[in-house]
Design a protein around this ligand. Structure first.
Ligand code: URP
Ligand code: ZN
Ligand code: ZN
Ligand code: ZN
Length: 471
């Protein structure tokens, strides 16, 4: 049945206006004032904004990590995402050395296929570049529509790749039209510092933060940026947490390098002192890069505002406090790294960003949705409200006030890192390709209804406006 959304204020990355939206066959069929509604389902959005569905470019659902598996999977994770206003997630598919990429991708399809309630796609981790990998990559791009590849510069002896691998990945990506993503921290120096701390009997969660100083994120970010310039390739730095990294990205962009950056809500509103909580509760706030001193928050907000950083990812990688974070009692290096942010990413940015005057309403949409769609080959099907685009829509009450809590969130994990935070604005209803997933704040979606999305190459149609073509 056709749907018409009436009386809402449509907000895109460029415009804000009042109009009705006609939804037909999962797509936006028409946008105009006073659309006829006879024989259609009418949704009244009076007093609400209509946003394009949020795109979360950075999640780790049901991911084996730190001796356990992240708590939220494609079921609870995508339900929580939908409650929070997100209609597409791009999850990181891990790979193992010596194992065909296809096998790893199939493992990820199995985790997600029958569970996801919203659309999803995968990035692929690159741990090594050899002839087998190089042979497989064109197939991965063509057949799976995976057009972004992630290299870890940290987690020594686990996920970390060396500079040769990063550089070869950049060269490959330039040739293939793909985007390289990096976790930028200097894993070798961190390895030395963490071992030294443990030798000195420093085992509490706070030492996770103190052994991964911002200088090491800045250094790795700068290294990756320089390799990007040298290779004429394109780079997306995930979870930027500090001023040092922002400066390296800004410097590279000033040189005309194709470098983009993402931050996460946790770095915008929480700080290092959370890791000092007593009774091991600091472990709830252990992830990498770690929370920084408060002085880093303003440079991150400014970078979002002035466009040096383009997107907000959740870096959802949740572990229960009881039974998972526990693994690191007496040794902070054994605390599984990660936290639960998939549900609150969208509303925290709205409340702390728009409501507090740090970014505009249109910048909000750009950061939470449009930029990710453009960078990751999903635009214009996703990331905007336009005729022909998927009807992934969020009807959002900008005046609703609520307090974030583990008691009311929809993630499976047993705590919320934003517990007690008062925010303004809440999604009322959320549609994925024209079907309600959330209706009047209740979940009405269906497991397995989310579709796997094959993405376009970087720099392909719809993204040209973003790329400074190099060499
Ligand atoms: O601590 C984090 N961020 N865990 C997830 C893996 C990663 O590094 O993004
Ligand atoms: Zn497949
Ligand atoms: Zn990371
Ligand atoms: Zn991550």
């Amino acid at each position: 049945m056709k749907k018409v959304i009436k009386n809402g204020t449509i907000v895109t990355a460029s415009d804000t206006y009042v109009a009705d939206v006609l939804v037909e066959d999962g797509k936006i069929a028409m946008i105009a004032k006073n659309l006829p509604s006879e024989g259609m389902e009418v949704i009244d959005a009076e007093g609400c904004y209509i946003f394009p569905g949020g795109i979360d470019p950075h999640t780790h659902l049901e991911m084996p990590f730190g001796g356990t598996v992240s708590r939220d999977d494609f079921e609870t994770g995508t339900i929580a995402a939908a409650y929070g206003g997100t209609t597409t997630v791009i999850d990181f598919c891990l790979t193992d050395k010596g194992v065909p990429l296809k096998n790893s991708i199939e493992t990820w399809h199995k985790k997600s296929r029958d569970k996801a309630v919203i659309d999803y796609s995968f990035h692929l981790m690159i741990g090594e570049i050899n002839d087998d990998v190089m042979r497989e990559i064109p197939q991965v791009i063509e057949e799976e529509g995976i057009t972004s590849f992630k290299v870890f510069m940290a987690y020594k002896n686990v996920l970390q790749a060396d500079d040769e691998t990063l550089f070869k990945t950049l060269v490959m990506a330039r040739e293939q039209g793909a985007l390289v993503m990096v976790h930028a921290e200097n894993g070798d120096v961190i390895d030395f510092l963490t071992k030294k701390a443990l030798e000195e009997g420093k085992t509490d969660p706070i030492y996770h933060g103190l052994t991964r100083p911002p200088e090491l994120e800045g250094e790795a970010t700068g290294r990756a940026c320089m390799m990007t310039g040298l290779s004429g390739s394109q780079l997306y730095v995930v979870h930027v947490s500090c001023q040092e990294a922002v400066e390296k990205i800004a410097e590279a962009r000033k040189k005309g390098f194709n470098v983009y950056g993402e931050t996460c809500p946790q770095y915008l509103v929480l700080d290092q002192s959370e890791m000092e909580r007593p009774n091991f509760e600091g472990a709830k706030y252990v992830w990498s890069p770690p929370l920084r001193e408060k002085k880093h928050q303003e440079p991150l907000w400014n970078a979002l505002k002035n466009g040096q950083l383009q997107t907000l990812g959740s870096d959802q990688c949740s572990f229960d406090f009881k039974g998972q974070k526990d693994l690191g009692k007496g040794d902070f290096t054994k605390i599984p790294n990660g936290g639960p942010f998939i549900e609150d990413r969208f509303s925290v940015l709205f409340s702390e960003g728009v409501k507090k005057g740090r970014i505009t309403l249109n910048q909000f949409v750009d950061i939470v949705s449009t930029r990710s769609a453009k960078l990751f080959g999903l635009f214009p099907e996703k990331g905007t409200i336009a005729v022909g685009s998927d009807a992934d829509l969020v009807i959002f009450d900008p005046a609703a006030e609520r307090t974030i809590s583990e008691k009311t969130h929809h993630m499976a994990v047993d705590y919320n890192a934003f517990e007690g935070m008062k925010i303004t604005g809440e999604p009322v209803s959320v549609l994925s390709r024209g079907e309600f997933v959330i209706k009047d704040k209740a979940f009405v979606g269906e497991l397995g209804k989310g579709r796997y999305i094959k993405r376009k190459r970087f720099n392909a149609e719809g993204q040209k406006q973003l790329a400074v073509l190099s060499k």
